[in-house]
Design a protein around this ligand. Sequence first.
Ligand SMILES: CC(C)(COP(=O)(O)OP(=O)(O)OC[C@H]1O[C@@H](n2cnc3c(N)ncnc32)[C@H](O)[C@@H]1OP(=O)(O)O)[C@@H](O)C(=O)NCCC(=O)NCCS
Length: 178
Amino acid sequence: MSKLKIKNAQKIVIRKAIEEDTAEIVEYMLSIGGESDNLTFGEGELKMTIEAEENFIKDINSRDNAIMIVAILDNKIIGSAALRAGEKKRIRHVGEFGITVRKAYWGQGVGSTLLNYLIEWTKATGIIKKINLRVRDDNKNAIKLYEKYGFQQEGVITREFYIKGEFYDAIFMGLKID
Ligand SMILES: CC(C)(COP(=O)(O)OP(=O)(O)OC[C@H]1O[C@@H](n2cnc3c(N)ncnc32)[C@H](O)[C@@H]1OP(=O)(O)O)[C@@H](O)C(=O)NCCC(=O)NCCS
């Protein structure tokens, strides 16, 4: 389903994040903040420690309705996605999802490959019945990616982001899992 256009595409591996990835994930997250204005954090803003991230990965991997995955090319993380559903019984079926790809690899199918993996994993859980996300309303590439995988626009939340003196609205999008 996903179309991978990177040369040596066969070398890309999508797998679950493990505790040993922690230092590289922290470095990755800190560097992507400066690559896009479509995230909830900008360059140098993320306060992330190795210990907190290690606990985050441990927690995710101990749950049956949460996942963090990484896209690896030549032993380097070039993309990541995470989905976490609720812990309480009434919200265990609904997960919130986020995705990033290193700018140098945008538009080459990495995001599609990550999202495809994540949706297939979600279906296999038998627990998660809905994936939700929020996206800046002018983030056309991300919206196209989500629509390609069947996400529907469900509503708009105003003034969700405040970036360089401007407010931006966000679109709520969702995918039902049957
Ligand atoms: C959004 C993001 C994850 C997409 O990842 P990606 O690897 O670039 O996505 P893909 O290459 O798989 O492209 C997915 C779809 O997006 C659209 N798209 C991506 N780049 C595009 C471009 N430059 N021009 C037009 N459409 C584009 C296309 O519809 C594409 O599907 P197609 O190639 O089958 O037509 C990535 O751009 C990113 O990390 N952006 C910054 C962070 C961000 O915005 N995250 C989402 C926050 S909600």
